[in-house]
Write a protein that binds this ligand. Structure first.
Ligand SMILES: [Zn+2]
Length: 344
């Protein structure tokens, strides 16, 4: 099979490798479409060791495909099933890798992916016939956002602010909408990304010159807090941007009992005021990865005809142009989600 190999910064090689074979408990999946994740781009631009992608390895973890071979002990899955997987449980941790490495070296940029101890609804998920591969390929990033929305524990009538209109921020919009939430403001500094948020039904705000808090107040009114402080009328704020000012912008302007869900990876520490966290009874929650339930939620969300998340796919490249696809994915101003199409 043709396998996309990560060889270090700006080095991707297409190599001929033996096609994996399924043991009695395993599955082999022929990849149909794969998405380039921010993690993959990070490895390509800055090195992969800190994100679990080591030189000489297959990589890529967002994909959909068809089961080409299934072990005789596997129940509930058949050759020919259209599926996606949970990359973090693709192999048992006894293989010597941690779950990040297991996920990030899945090999979605290779023609076939191997799943050890394949279990339906645990590490392999059958896609409904009504869900196309074109949008099904977004299941993994949408699972990340669905987890953040799940732990926010929303009722469906809340108002939500999303920082960041990249893949995860826009996935958060779809996950919130799937929960019934209609009042969503998305903040970013890229007009083209904000345009996608708008097409998905969110209110978009370009915060390159600041002013987000005033904008939220102008849209949803001003809320007065316990200590007569002025607050924004948002129930949940989802951080999909990872910028250091966000945590304090939330604490300074949040209304009583609201929450901040941190999905983005922050590279810097910030100093916060525990006093205001107490005074406003704020919740700060971190959201890491996803559960099988989040993956099922993501599949249901994408399968809903009202879901507009397909809008985030900006370019599709054939597998033979994997390197060009990566160069495109690095051009953040002109791409959101870049997809590899193995049929092209
Ligand atoms: Zn990803």
């Amino acid at each position: 099979m043709k396998a996309g190999i990560y060889n270090g910064i700006k080095q991707i090689e297409m190599k001929e490798l033996p096609r994996p074979t399924a043991g009695d408990n395993d599955a082999v999946i022929r990849v149909v479409k794969a998405g380039i994740c921010g993690t993959d781009v990070h490895a390509y631009l800055a090195g992969g060791d800190d994100v679990g992608i080591h030189a000489g390895s297959q990589f890529g973890h967002e994909f959909v495909g068809v089961i080409s071979e299934i072990g005789k002990n596997v129940t509930g899955l058949r050759a020919g099933d259209r599926v996606t997987i949970c990359p973090t449980t693709r192999r048992s941790e006894s293989c010597g890798l941690n779950s990040t490495e297991i996920a990030d070296m899945t090999g979605a940029f290779s023609e076939y992916v191997y799943v050890e101890n394949a279990r339906a609804g645990y590490n392999v998920f059958v896609l409904p016939d009504s869900l196309s591969f074109e949008t099904g390929v977004l299941t993994e990033p949408l699972s990340v956002a669905s987890h953040g929305v799940a732990i926010a524990d929303l009722k469906g009538s809340e108002k939500a602010v999303v920082y960041g209109a990249g893949t995860i921020g826009l996935c958060a919009v779809a996950a919130l909408q799937n929960k019934g939430i209609r009042d969503i403001i998305v903040s970013d500094i890229s007009d083209s990304r904000l345009e996608v948020a708008r097409r998905m039904g969110a209110v978009a705000f370009n915060s390159k010159d600041g002013g987000l808090i005033e904008f939220i107040k102008s849209q949803w009114g001003v809320h007065t807090g316990n200590s007569s402080e002025e607050c924004i009328n948002a129930d949940v704020v989802i951080d999909c941007a990872g910028l250091p000012f966000i945590v304090n912008e939330f604490i300074d302007h949040a209304k009583t009992l609201s929450s901040l869900i941190i999905i983005a990876v922050h590279g810097k520490n910030v100093e916060i005021s525990p006093y205001w966290v107490l005074a406003k009874e704020l919740t700060l929650k971190g959201s890491r990865g996803y559960t099988p339930e989040d993956i099922l939620t993501a599949i249901r969300t994408l399968d809903d005809p009202s879901c507009r998340l397909g809008e985030i796919i900006t370019q599709v490249y054939p597998h033979s142009q994997l390197c060009r696809a990566f160069e495109q994915a690095c051009d953040a101003g002109n791409s959101i989600k870049v997809v590899i199409d193995y049929g092209k």
